[in-house]
Design a protein around this ligand. Structure first.
Ligand code: NDP
Length: 284
């Protein structure tokens, strides 16, 4: 019998949030380690975020995930922001340090852990091309720069979103960072080592959409990674596989950002394969 009937609480706040599968993998990990913890998925409208954060403190929540539209707005209700979350300009995870709430961003770190653990690649010294300039692209780019990527090219449809991102990144890094406008099919140059799709292209329900890139010149070891996790096998990854290129799916990033959150909240290492299995069955 449990020695305490009081569960430790973690929540994901967002709107909409009902289709967010994160809770399934966190609950699976709590169960696997025998922790009396609960993960609640809660819809919070932007107008109620302030009150919700007062509630989080009053109810003693051990941690949070934040999703759309709260990743930036939540920062004003926290006691501190980690250096890389500050560099990214968004928080997707909150951890507790005593009574203080600390903002973290685990999206890019989750991507990075997937590159290392699942694809067996070290980004140090690698030339990177990122498609997209939204929140995911910013988080991934930040962590790849911190991990020692040697060159970063950002391709985005709209200049208005990409240029401020490139300026911000360049102000924190001495690595060469360039923006290129993305019009029509882009032929990926042979010196790119890591190509990342951080756009919505291919995301359910537009599963037949393919980012307009031409992989003909890609070198044989170029890793093709997709942030899109639903479906895990995007058209981009299928095209890369057909060419024999190594690939990394968006489930890897999603699982590892959850693993890092779990480590922050509980101080323990969760069973990664159980989290991945739970997530995969939830998405199926
Ligand atoms: P944002 O809305 O912040 O950014 C979307 C990006 O996609 C923008 O750069 C936008 O370009 C681009 N884009 C959208 N549609 C098109 C199109 N038809 N053609 C060209 N570019 C397009 O979204 P996020 O950054 O939050 O999310 C991006 C992707 O990353 C999503 O698929 C999301 O599911 C995934 N993601 C995955 C995570 C994981 O753990 N695996 C975590 C977080 C996100 P523009 O600026 O021109 O509009």
């Amino acid at each position: 019998m449990s020695s305490s009937f009081q569960a430790d609480l973690v929540a994901c706040l967002g709107q909409p949030v009902a289709e967010n599968p994160t809770g399934v993998m966190q609950e699976a990990a709590f169960r696997a380690l025998g922790l009396n913890w609960r993960y609640l998925t809660i819809e919070v409208a932007p107008v109620n975020l302030r009150d919700a954060m007062i509630g989080v403190r009053a109810l003693g929540f051990r941690g949070l995930n934040l999703t759309i539209p709260h990743k930036v707005a939540v920062m004003q209700y926290l006691d501190a922001i980690s250096p890389d979350a500050a560099m990214i300009g968004a928080v997707n995870t909150v951890r507790r340090d005593g009574d203080r709430l600390i903002g973290e961003n685990t999206d890019g770190k989750g991507f990075l852990r997937g590159v290392r653990n699942d694809a067996g690649t070290d980004p140090r010294g690698k030339q990177v091309a990122i498609l997209g300039a939204g929140g995911a692209a910013r988080a991934i780019a930040t962590e790849l720069l911190l991990a020692g990527a040697s060159d970063l090219l950002v391709l985005n449809r709209s200049r208005g979103r990409a240029e401020p991102m490139v300026r911000d990144l360049a102000s924190h890094s001495s690595t060469p960072i360039r923006y290129q406008e993305w019009r029509g099919a882009w032929r990926v140059p042979s010196d790119v080592d890591l190509l990342v799709n951080a756009t919505n292209i291919g995301l359910y329900p537009d599963v037949d959409a393919m980012p307009p890139v031409d992989l003909s010149d890609a070198h044989a070891n170029m890793l093709v990674a997709d942030a899109v996790f639903n479906p895990p096998e995007t058209r981009l990854l299928a095209a890369a596989r057909r060419r024999g290129l190594p690939v990394l799916d968006g489930l890897s990033m999603l699982v590892y950002q959850g693993v890092i959150g779990f480590e922050h909240w509980t101080g323990q290492s969760p069973p990664v394969h159980i989290m991945k299995q739970a997530l995969t069955s939830a998405l199926l």
